[in-house]
Design a protein around this ligand. Structure first.
Ligand SMILES: NC(=O)c1ccc[n+]([C@@H]2O[C@H](COP(=O)([O-])OP(=O)(O)OC[C@H]3O[C@@H](n4cnc5c(N)ncnc54)[C@H](OP(=O)(O)O)[C@@H]3O)[C@@H](O)[C@H]2O)c1
Length: 337
């Protein structure tokens, strides 16, 4: 059988071709300003060669941080299986250069123990994730969402114990409300496993974590913040400015619905596009640059269906600051279920 050449990472991945790094809160960890998410484009429905090309391109350009979750795919678990294949044929020699995250919090398997925030679910899920990814440990494990029914102390103690067991080096939380974030910060600090990072959706169309005081709390307490869906799933790019292209996330319709693209929203996006042009940037570059210039931001967590998109998104690194406010759209546009 034909054997492909072994992968050799680009020798210039940390210099001229690379992204820049920022300290994650008050920790020893540096994360790239642009990180890569595996929510879409890395499942068993996607061609493995394309997924691999995107992941290799990312690493060759200094993107050391990959973000996964137990249920990314489709099918559930398959993005982690793709990571397992990548570990085997690409990244094993570079494991110590990578910062790999996974999460548990949404529905994963049937019955009462495959969802939310119990110790039972988090422990079992991470065990499965490690098997799928062919890893002994992850660098970062998240509670993927706040569970209003499980005592916060149970979820948080499970995170502490996961670190003590050596299955994760750091812990984070995603989409927890401010009051629960405050509890997490105190509990984890008191148990010597400080909260490394908060993952929330912040972009030009949805500024909720800023408005709710989450970003400021993180900045004031030495917690990093990584912004997911920074391009609002593609809305904050040129992808939909003149129609809905075939094969785009909106054309697929499951996570980004066509009804969202109202004439009002399109008009706002076109104005943003003009502002970007005045800055000598594309809309996606400006959208990412805007996030990177907000107080308390560690990294933007992008998705990409091609290396060309990633290449464009990396151009946001080092973009100049903004000399005036970018006005809000009338309402926050929440693009993820
Ligand atoms: N914690 C949570 O609950 C949560 C929730 C959502 C996401 N996340 C994390 O955040 C990551 C990123 O989320 P996301 O995929 O929604 O991020 P995003 O960066 O807002 O959107 C990515 C999509 O936008 C389009 N795109 C990207 N760059 C483009 C460019 N330069 N020009 C034109 N189109 C471009 C592509 O869509 P096409 O497919 O149309 O090409 C791409 O798949 C996920 O993978 C996941 O790791 C976490």
């Amino acid at each position: 059988m034909f054997q492909s050449e072994p992968y050799l990472a680009s020798p210039s991945r940390y210099d001229e071709a690379g992204v820049r790094f920022r300290r994650c809160g008050r920790s020893g960890v540096l994360l790239p300003e642009v990180s890569l998410g595996f929510w879409h484009n890395f499942g068993s429905v996607d061609p493995y060669e394309r997924s691999r090309e995107i992941a290799r391109y990312a690493f060759d350009h200094g993107i050391t941080h990959f973000d996964l979750a137990n249920n990314y795919g489709p099918i559930y678990g398959s993005a982690e299986e793709t990571m397992g294949r990548l570990v085997d044929d690409t990244f094993r020699p570079y494991r110590d250069e990578l910062f790999i995250a996974t999460k548990a919090g949404y529905d994963m398997w049937p019955g009462p123990y495959g969802n939310w925030g119990s110790r039972k679910y988090l422990m079992a899920s991470l065990h499965q994730s490690l098997r799928r990814m062919h890893l002994d440990y992850v660098d970062l494990f998240y509670s993927h969402r706040y569970d209003p029914a499980t005592p916060l102390e149970e979820t948080l103690q499970a995170l502490v114990d996961i670190v003590r067991q050596g299955k994760a080096l750091y812990v984070g939380i995603s989409r927890w409300p401010l009051e629960a974030l405050k509890v997490a910060e105190t509990y984890l600090r008191q148990h010597d496993v400080p909260l490394l990072i908060y993952q929330g959706r912040l972009n030009l169309l949805d500024r909720e974590p800023q408005q709710a005081g989450i970003l400021d709390f993180c900045a004031d307490h030495g917690i990093g913040f990584i912004s997911f869906s920074p391009l609002a799933q593609g809305l904050l790019t040129d992808r939909y400015l003149s129609g809905i292209p075939e094969g785009s996330r909106m054309a697929k319709g499951k996570f980004l619905r066509q009804e969202m693209l109202t004439p009002q929203l399109l008009g706002y996006l076109q104005k943003l596009n003009e502002t970007a042009a005045q800055r000598g940037e594309t809309l996606s570059e400006m959208a990412l640059a805007w996030i990177l210039h907000q107080r308390g931001i560690t990294s933007v967590l992008v998705g990409a269906s091609s290396t060309a998109q990633l290449e464009k998104n990396l151009r946001s690194v080092g973009a100049p600051a903004f000399d005036c406010e970018i006005p809000m759209f009338d309402i926050n546009v929440s693009t993820t279920a």
